[in-house]
Design a protein around this ligand. Sequence first.
Ligand code: PEP
Length: 254
Amino acid sequence: MERRYIILANWKMNPETEKEALTLARAYKNLDVPKGIEFGALVPLPYARPIAKLWGRNKMLLGLQNINSEKSGAFTGEVSFAMLKPWTPKLVIVGHSERRAIGETDAEVNQKVLRALKENVTPIICVGEKVRDDHGFFLRTVEDSLKACLASVPKSAYPSIIIAYEPVWAISSNGGREMLPAECHEMMIFIRKVIADMLGGNKNMPRVIYGGSVNELNSREYLESGADGLLPGHASLDPKKMQKLFNSLAPIQK
Ligand code: PEP
């Protein structure tokens, strides 16, 4: 079955109030999304339920930005999938660089991936180097992280996973430059090669998407350079920008 492109908005710790979050979610509902695209948002936990209610059976995908890998226990301040039932998110992003910066490790990401898969939730695994070097050591960083995050994940589960390549230096809040489409192309090939080697072939491949200063001006180029989808952060808080981003992609077919 042909897969569609997927665009996932990472709202991060925004907006400040539930009222604003619902306004944004309502605006998302009214966006004109091209046919070949699946669209969703990764929202702060307190907004997830009201947005789920608002979106109802709408085809939009709703996801979280973190979850604990255990069902319950002595984990002060944490939230488990079990607590969200009967509502279950469609997706959860794990290993985002902003969470890694406050201590999340590949080993913890791996446990979250295994838990998400058990709960039929799609894990979006973020990997990406902090800086680049001329000798390609950053490739090893990405490879090691991928392998650690995917440890003991059954091969049959790989198609239910999304890998998000997000070079930390290209994230807008870090103030770096945008990644070039040619660099994105190389990384898509590299990541797929690492995974194909792990799988022993290119069956059961996960989707590999790109995130880092994605906007209405560069989205099409990133998709044309081989990404299966995009993860806009800052731009996703402005529905007008999101509409422009979708307009820049239409018509599109994978
Ligand atoms: C992100 O941090 O997930 C992200 C992609 O942010 P931005 O688009 O703002 O660079």
